[in-house]
Ligand binder design. Sequence first.
Ligand code: ADP
Length: 243
Amino acid sequence: MIHLKRITKSFGRNEVLKGIDLTIRKGEVVAIVGPSGSGKTTLLRCINYLEKPSDGEISIDEFSVHFKKPHKKDIHALRQKSAMVFQQYNLFRHKTALENVMEGLVVVQKIPKEEARKRSVELLEKVGLGDKLDSYPSQLSGGQQQRVGIARALALNPEVILFDEPTSALDPELVGEVLGVIRKIAKEGITMIIVTHEMAFAQDVANHVVFMEGGVIVEEGPPNVIFNVPKEERTKQFLARYT
Ligand code: ADP
C-alpha cells in the first residue's frame, strides 16, 4: 500500500499541489489525468523526490517519510522504492541499450556485473529489444528508446513504477508499441502510476483513475465510473474534450 497524505508543493508563491491524499493498493495501475498545468507531473516527481514536497507524508508499507523535516536516509530509501519512466526517455547517450539497463543494477544496487547483464538482457527481450542490446540511443527510434527506459525501470525491481507521459514525445505511429509494453507489464501485477493524455489507454489499462485539476484531486475511482458516469462537473467537461 502507498499512502500519500496532505502532499503540498509550491514553486515560489505558486502552490501547485494543494494537499493531495491518495491511497494506492499493491498491483494497482493508477492513471492520473487532467488538464495541463494541474500538477500531475509534479505529484509524480514528488513520489520519487525529484521534487521536494513542501509538506505532507508518504508511506509505503511500514516505511514513511514526513516531508517537513525528512531524514537523509529516509529520502534515500524512498528513492529506491520507485523508478521513473520519463517523457524524454533520459537515457545515457554514450551507453548502449544493455549498458543503460545495467547501470542502475551495477552502480546503485551493486549487483555483480554478470548477473546484472543476464537480468538486463532478459528485460530487454521482454520489451521486444533482444536484437538491439548493443545499439546506442541515437540508433534507436523514440519508441525503442522508451522501451529501454521501461526495461531500465523494471530492472530496479521497484515497489512502484512512475510513468510521466511516456508517449507524449513520440510520433503517433510509435505510441502503440510503447502502450503495448506497458499493458503487458501491467498484467504482471506491478504497481504503476501513469500520467497520461491517452484516455483510451487509461480506460483500458488502469484500474484506478485520478482526475486532477488546479492542484487537487477532483474525483477518483474505477475507470468505468470516471469515464462513463463521472460525478463532478469539472470531470465531465474535461472528458468531453476527448470524445
Ligand atoms: P501537469 O503535469 O498537470 O501538466 P505540472 O505538474 O507539470 O502539471 O505543472 C503544474 C504547475 O507547476 C504549472 O503551473 C507549472 O508551470 C509549475 N511548475 C512545474 N515545475 C516547475 C518548476 N520546476 N518551477 C516552477 N514552476 C513549475
